[in-house]
Write a protein that binds this ligand. Structure first.
Ligand code: SF4
Ligand code: SF4
Length: 82
């Protein structure tokens, strides 16, 4: 499933350059994740790299975008044209 950023985000910019799918952007209030681009880092890393760098742990799974690993891998392939 894709991840989402909660309202607790402090806009520190740590996560944005780390996303291999360029799924993170500056939102109107806090940073946002594009669910159509987030693969939970499947295809690149073992674990979500944005979660690893966020200093306040305000990135969580998004229950509105439930996907299993196979679906995330398909999304990765589509995004990266492999
Ligand atoms: S989990 Fe990975 S792909 Fe998804 S937003 Fe975070 S860094 Fe990007
Ligand atoms: S690393 Fe965390 S606090 Fe910083 S911009 Fe990203 S989501 Fe917000």
């Amino acid at each position: 499933m894709a991840l989402r950023i909660t309202d607790e985000c402090i806009n520190c910019d740590m996560c944005l350059p780390e996303c291999p799918n360029t799924a993170i952007s500056e939102g109107k209030k806090v940073y946002e994740i594009d669910a159509h681009r987030c693969t939970e880092c499947v295809g690149f890393y073992e674990a979500p790299t944005c979660m690893a760098v966020c200093p306040i742990n305000c990135i969580e799974t998004d229950p509105e975008h439930v996907e299993d690993k196979a679906q995330l891998l398909e999304k990765f392939k589509a995004l990266n044209i492999i």
